[in-house]
Design a protein around this ligand. Structure first.
Ligand SMILES: [Mn+2]
Length: 230
């Protein structure tokens, strides 16, 4: 449920907002950013699929040694759909899930198995301390307590504890600037914004790179600076 990455002493670490099946665009911006797959690492805030044209490429991206992602609500929905748990079909379709529902059951299982490997949270050691990544929000006031919750409960983390990590919009809606204690910064996506928004030490970086008019934001985890890519 939580994965930790030790400091990258050879290259740079970046976080990217929601990709939503726009892997071709992502490839372009990585070239533009001079991303070096030999030494650099890219961390995704989740929501890898749905909406863009390249959702099926997610499996080959997840197999890359320099690409790591947390689980977004779209991956969560795919897992639930493949497991025949209750999913609001109309909403899933409206949110871009048609490609997934059109797959054969075998292919759905293949994607769901890959998504089930994705943790709810990632920790990255950086030059100035630990940075946490979660799709929607850190649901607790202290990152250490959040980590303890994820570690103690493992796969049996209850739905009421998992949901806010992947679905919550409370912090951004309320413009709540309360810092998450016990961590240098927390990086989230989930809510598309015109510009990245930093509330306390929580970086909201989904700038709708998957939208026609949106941009991708690439956050350097050491420097905590953000560059936008059209
Ligand atoms: Mn989302």
């Amino acid at each position: 449920m939580i994965q930790r990455y030790t400091r990258n002493k050879k290259g740079r670490d970046f976080a990217i907002g929601d990709i939503h099946g726009c892997f071709q665009r992502l490839r372009g911006l990585l070239n533009e950013a001079g991303f070096d797959p030999a030494v650099d690492r890219l961390f995704s805030v989740g929501d890898l699929v749905d909406r863009g044209d390249d959702s099926e490429q997610v499996l080959s991206w997840l197999a890359l040694p320099w690409f790591h992602a947390v689980r977004g609500n779209h991956e969560d929905t795919a897992i639930r759909y493949a497991a025949k748990k209750s999913v609001n079909i109309a909403m899933y379709s409206a949110n871009g899930g048609d490609w997934f529902m059109a797959l054969t059951p075998e292919r759905q299982q293949l994607f769901a198995a890959a998504f089930e490997q994705l943790p709810l949270a990632i920790e990255v050691e950086t030059v100035n301390g630990l940075v946490g990544i979660v799709h929607a929000d850190c649901p607790l006031a202290d990152w250490g307590e959040f980590r303890a919750l994820l570690e103690s409960l493992g796969d049996s983390v209850q739905q009421q504890d998992r949901e806010p990590c992947m679905w919550s919009r409370h912090r951004i809606t309320a413009m709540d600037r309360t810092e998450v204690a016990g961590i240098r910064a927390v990086v989230v996506g989930h809510t598309p914004l015109e510009q990245p928004v930093i509330l306390g030490n929580v970086y909201h970086i989904d700038t709708g790179g998957w939208m026609e008019t949106g941009r991708f934001s690439l956050l350097n985890l050491d420097l905590l600076n953000i560059k936008a890519y059209a």
